[in-house]
Design a protein around this ligand. Structure first.
Ligand code: BES
Ligand code: MN
Ligand code: ZN
Length: 489
């Protein structure tokens, strides 16, 4: 679906040609495109200011040709993210116009301070991610998706980076899967169903999959995970997806929090807090989405995705505040608050992963704390790791994909906030301050000795407003990040 093209605009079959227009510089070289830009800029209301837009219609041999010009602002402000959003908007416009194919004119590499592959990557990514709608519950889906997306570049560029479009499409498909899973209502993703959905996507991409059901989880003493699941009428699962190349240099484990709905349990959330809690499995969705992509882009490391999946409900069988359980790792945990459930299922999944797979690196993604959203806002994830190199690699990967990550501290002395009078540790800190840190410190007690990082995605996992290349709802945050990260580890 994604491809390069070097066909001149006048000969192109694409029903829409999209052109990014810079406000204060020439960023194109093709004479036909320069002429269209000159025509547009001659019109008073169009100057190339960010998000301005103009469409020219021509008939070529009875076929309608749209030339869509979108402003991207002053040259100095144009980043890869500007191009992602431009491409996304172009796709949205083309869909509205019922276009079936689009060609996107790439700026010349020399005109911007962005390297050619990064620029093409951004255009493909923005376009591919925008060309999607979650219409499972609509009788008549309004959107008609584009069948072909081409980025117009000189022949040499197309040749040099010919592997790029397929790779990006694969990663974007993983991202879109994650978005759909997050958007699916909780009644249609009970743990059993979500596990099956992960399994089927993972199998299709060639991964080995193992699902632990409730009986197996009981036998293997995943008691912290089971304590969270105890109030639900729907049994938990743990999904393990394995990508194993012939001679792997390293083993990397990815763990994702999969709470299909977080009511808070007996410490039930207030109405406003419940509203978005079908998305509390976004970490698991990101891991499963990334695994399906990794299986196809074939990194050199062995990668294992592990997703504990539960529903956190209050009921007569629910775990009570004050209950004490013995976790998979053997540490006893006092359940100070049943709404701090993510760290419980992750504690068991992390301990299991480390014991079973002896990873060189283990990374978890989780919508873990409201406190992280308070700290960093809704568009940035918090990264916690004692390992400077690993934290830096995650932050750098996030800068590349615009899934922004900020390193947060793991303050050892805050561990005393998790002391329990009766058990080895409490899941509830005795202050609400520093909640993202104490949550990460809780997890650190179950990853001792491992090279581990925790990414709190409670903010960016979903978005009320969306942006040029993401509809409101699940964002798929983490999928592109993990795929990028794997090239750096
Ligand atoms: N799933 C929530 C965290 C969350 C909040 C995600 C808002 C997305 C948006 C998590 O399980 C939770 O409830 N955390 C509590 C922890 C507290 C009880 C220690 C929180 O953040 O308030
Ligand atoms: Mn909770
Ligand atoms: Zn939760």
């Amino acid at each position: 679906m994604l491809q390069f093209t070097s066909t001149p605009p006048s000969l192109s079959q694409a029903s829409t040609l999209a052109i990014p227009v810079c406000e204060d510089a020439d960023i194109h070289a093709d004479p036909e495109i320069l002429e269209l830009i000159a025509r547009a800029k001659a019109i008073e209301e169009f100057s190339g200011e960010k998000d301005q837009q103009i469409i020219f219609y021509d008939r070529v041999k009875d076929a309608l040709r749209r030339r869509l010009l979108i402003g991207v602002g002053p040259r100095k402000t144009i980043t890869a993210e500007t191009l992602r959003r431009f491409a996304g908007r172009a796709i949205q416009q083309a869909m509205r116009a019922k276009s079936t194919t689009i060609a996107i004119a790439a700026p010349t590499a020399e005109s911007l301070d962005i390297q050619a592959p990064i620029m093409c990557n951004a255009l493909f990514e923005g376009a591919c991610l925008a060309n999607h709608a979650f219409t499972r519950y609509k009788d008549k889906p309004k959107q008609n998706l584009l069948k072909g997306i081409a980025v117009l570049v000189p022949n040499e560029t197309a040749k040099k980076y010919k592997a790029l479009p397929a790779r990006i499409e694969t990663i974007c498909q993983g991202t879109l899967l994650a978005r759909d899973w997050v958007n699916t209502p909780a009644n249609d993703k009970l743990p059993e169903h979500l596990a099956k959905a992960f399994e089927s996507a993972a199998r299709q991409s060639g991964l080995h999959v193992k699902i632990l059901d409730q009986a197996q989880l009981k036998r293997q003493k995943f008691n912290a995970l089971l304590a969270v699941a105890a109030g639900s009428a729907h049994a938990p699962r743990l999904v393990e997806m394995v990508y194993a190349p012939p001679k792997p240099e390293r083993t990397i484990v990815l763990v994702g929090k999969g709470v299909t709905f977080d009511t808070g349990g007996l410490n039930i959330k207030p109405s406003a807090g419940l509203q978005t809690m079908k998305g509390d499995m976004a970490g698991a969705a990101a891991v499963a989405g990334a695994m399906t992509a990794l299986a196809r882009i074939k990194p050199k490391q062995r990668v294992i995705g592990i997703t504990p999946i539960v529903e956190n409900m209050p009921s007569g069988s629910a775990t009570r505040p004050g209950d004490i359980i013995t976790s998979y790792a053997g540490k006893t945990v006092e359940i100070g608050n049943t709404d701090a459930e993510g760290r419980l299922i992750l504690a068991d999944a992390l301990a299991y992963a480390i014991k079973t797979h002896k990873p060189d690196i283990i990374i978890d993604l989780a919508t873990l704390t409201g406190a992280c959203v308070v700290a960093l806002g809704e568009k940035m994830a918090g990264v916690f790791s004692a390992d400077d190199d690993l934290a830096a690699a995650i932050v750098a990967a996030g800068e590349t994909t615009f899934e922004r990550c900020w390193r947060m501290p793991l303050l050892e002395d805050y561990k005393e906030l998790l002391k329990s009078d009766l058990a080895d540790i409490s899941n509830m800190p005795n202050t609400r301050y520093g909640g993202a840190i104490t949550a990460a410190l809780f997890l650190s007690e179950f990853t001792i000795g491992a090279r581990w990082a925790h990414i709190d995605i409670a903010g960016p996992a979903a978005s009320k407003k969306g942006n040029g290349y993401c509809a409101p709802g699940g964002t798929g945050f983490g999928v592109r990040l993990l795929c990028e990260l794997l090239t750096r580890l």
